[in-house]
Design a protein around this ligand. Structure first.
Ligand code: GAF
Length: 387
């Protein structure tokens, strides 16, 4: 479904449910990330971009105190009153809304109606939840004059994820969804939240996403564990080097030196983080020089770090990366996002896209009995109203 069809569907269903046109349509994008994985919560840099896959909200303020949210994709709905006590519930999708709503409840003076649907696949590592949180808050910001700037919207989306979804995520996904710019990647300093846009221009090459269509249930628990393991790693480094503020100021020598004290797991996590922070800085320079070969090499190095040292890959992702790298014109490939399933991101010659999709789909089906879903995405604008 393209974006126009998505918008038309939400409008039509809004009309069917509430008997009038929605007052606003919000489009909130998913994201890709070129490099800098599991680095946002480690105070490093990341290089994401918003994509032309969206959560679409048809939304109106109403003159009651009731809020009515309809999910077209899940064929489900939820209602609450603006004065209700807001706590996490057992319906996961609702928690993203409640987690956001709870932070602004005291400023909401009337109910609202929402119909939403999404072209961001769920569990694919494309940040459907951040798109949901930020898009909803973007809408509330308008209707209730909350006066929130983009950074506040991203941070409050992240907080909803922490408090109502139980994922201690970093800021990358929400930031990318809100700050996305057409045809640009965002070089984001996750410590200061300073950012710069750089052209998403890969010359004769392009980015292709391959969705494994698997989502292993370790996603949340292991994500939170990784964060704790990194906290243990940086604490040991700071113990010995009190001047080191965070992982970005740590060196590989410091990590090697503490190898025994850290123990195998914390050592490998720390090694990955320090390596990834230097890889992203090198990649940004390579992009500036149009050195796409090196961009690809760095992406692949990230994959093997994530797979062997950070241990957030899985058989399906490793299979795709190992095999795509054997194909003509492929410069680099890696797992993208939190891991344990979802998509790989691949940098390859534009002319080889069809060939790669065909070969990898066949091989993946034969190996796992699962179909592969390829996405050729465009880099798009962040959360916005559909005119
Ligand atoms: C998930 C998280 F939500 C992000 O904050 C980030 O840590 C990412 O995993 C890994 O880079 O998408």
């Amino acid at each position: 479904m393209n974006t126009q069809e998505l918008v038309a569907l939400c409008k039509e269903e809004f009309n069917a449910a509430f008997g009038e046109n929605p007052q606003k349509i919000v489009l909130s994008p998913g994201r890709i990330n070129i490099i800098g994985e599991h680095i946002d919560y480690n105070h490093g840099f990341v290089l994401p971009a918003a994509i032309d896959k969206y959560v679409c909200f048809a939304i109106s303020k109403n003159d009651t105190k009731d809020c009515h949210i309809i999910s077209l994709d899940l064929n489900d709905e939820y209602q609450f009153n603006i004065h209700d006590k807001i706590e996490p519930i057992t319906k996961n999708w609702v928690n993203y809304f409640l987690g956001v709503f709870s932070q602004v409840q005291d400023k909401i003076d009337s109910g609202f109606d929402i119909v939403f649907s999404s072209t961001v696949p769920i569990g694919a590592g494309l940040s459907s939840s951040a798109a949901l949180e930020c898009g909803f808050l973007f809408g509330l910001n308008h209707f209730f004059d909350l006066d929130l700037n983009k950074e506040q919207i991203a941070k409050m989306g992240q907080k909803a994820e922490h408090t109502f979804a139980g994922v201690n995520c970093g800021i990358m996904d929400q930031f990318a969804s809100v700050f996305g710019k057409e045809n640009h990647v965002i070089f984001l300093d996750c410590d200061t939240l300073d950012y710069q846009y750089a052209p998403a221009d890969f010359g004769d090459y392009t980015l292709l996403l391959l969705n494994t269509n698997v989502k292993h249930n370790l996603q949340t628990s292991e994500y939170n564990n990784r964060r704790k393991e990194c906290e243990a790693g940086i604490a040991l480094i700071q113990n010995k080097h009190p001047e080191v503020k965070n992982f970005r100021e740590a060196t590989m020598e410091m990590v090697e030196d503490l190898k025994e004290e850290m123990g195998d797991v914390v050592y490998r996590r720390s090694k990955f983080v320090v390596g990834e922070i230097s890889r992203i800085q090198e990649l940004v320079k390579s992009l500036e020089k149009n050195d796409f070969e090196n961009v690809g090499k760095l992406m692949t190095a990230t994959h093997y770090g994530l797979s062997r040292d950070y241990e957030v890959s899985c058989d399906e992702l490793d299979f795709l990366v190992d095999n795509v790298l054997l194909e003509e014109g492929v410069l680099g490939a890696r797992v993208m996002g939190g891991g344990f399933g979802g998509c790989t991101i691949n940098l390859l010659k534009k002319t080889e896209v069809e060939n790669v999709i065909e070969k990898l789909s066949k091989a993946y089906q034969e190996k796992f009995g699962i179909s592969l879903t390829p996405y050729q995405v465009s880099v798009s604008e962040g959360t916005h109203f559909y005119a």
